[in-house]
Design a protein. Structure first.
Length: 264
């Protein structure tokens, strides 16, 4: 008897288009849209989509729209309010945002030459701002180095001006190190001045004042002596006598008026 053959059910093949159109396996969340660097933001967002295997441009459209702030959404609401986004919805949204926020070459050059001095920034931050605005043809040229040096303090210009071989990034790193060293030096000087000021103030106190303070710490407050002073309280005042006659009578040698002792 021939063996019975059992048919094994094979899974139906899944088309590539179905895989691409499937939602991503994990949540994809983009950082807020950056108006100052729109093209760089889109480049990073698209790389993030590809790393997470998000192929459908419709998902790209929704993820980008969720990364916009309310003021930004108002500028592209005609695209966002479409009930059924078209196939090129992402391209439309990207082009509109780049038109709104990407600076033209002329505007970039104007801001580049109007870059303010170092101020409260670090030299590396100044260099990054210049590189973001510099025309692409001048990024590796000497002009941007001079733009950087002329915006540093005079002491830094003198110390870095002779360096003609380092790149802008290397010059910025050296300038950061000089800035940190100067800050540490100023902090040390300030601490030394404060210490010397306190010591000088202690040495300038009068000797008698220092002695009284020392005696007070050793002995405590001085007790009042009941001598014969007129300001001392006592019963002799009520009797009209001085302190000497009240205590010694006829044997008193020092009488201080007013005193009603007989024989005065």
């Amino acid at each position: 008897m021939a063996p019975i053959r059992r048919s094994v059910a094979r899974p139906s093949p899944v088309s590539v288009s179905n895989i691409n159109d499937a939602p991503p396996a994990r949540e994809v969340k983009l950082p807020p849209f950056e108006e100052d660097m729109p093209m760089a933001w889109f480049n990073q967002a698209e790389a993030y989509f590809r790393l997470n295997n998000v192929q459908d441009r419709t998902f790209w459209f929704y993820y980008v729209s969720w990364a916009l702030s309310p003021p930004q959404k108002k500028l592209v609401r005609d695209i966002l309010n479409t009930p059924t986004p078209p196939l090129n919805a992402y391209a439309l949204l990207k082009d509109r945002l780049l038109q709104l926020y990407e600076k033209g070459e002329k505007e970039r050059c104007r801001r580049y030459f109007a870059t303010p001095p170092l101020g409260g920034r670090r030299p590396s931050e100044l260099a990054a701002d210049l590189m973001a605005l510099c025309p692409q043809a001048e990024v590796d040229g000497p002009t941007i180095k001079y733009m950087f040096l002329f915006r540093l303090p005079p002491t830094m210009q003198t110390m870095l001006g002779e360096d003609t071989t380092s790149t802008l990034t290397e010059l910025a790193a050296r300038a950061d190190a000089l800035l940190d060293a100067e800050a540490a030096k100023e902090s040390t000087i300030a601490a030394a001045v404060e210490e010397s000021t306190v010591a000088a103030a202690g040495a300038a106190a009068p000797p008698s004042s220092r002695k009284r303070k020392a005696d007070f710490r050793k002995k405590g407050p001085a007790k009042k002596r009941h001598g014969g002073g007129d300001s001392d309280p006592g019963p002799w005042k009520d009797m009209g006598l001085c302190w000497a006659h009240y205590n010694y009578g006829n044997k008193a040698h020092k009488c201080k008026p007013p005193c009603n002792w007989q024989g005065n």
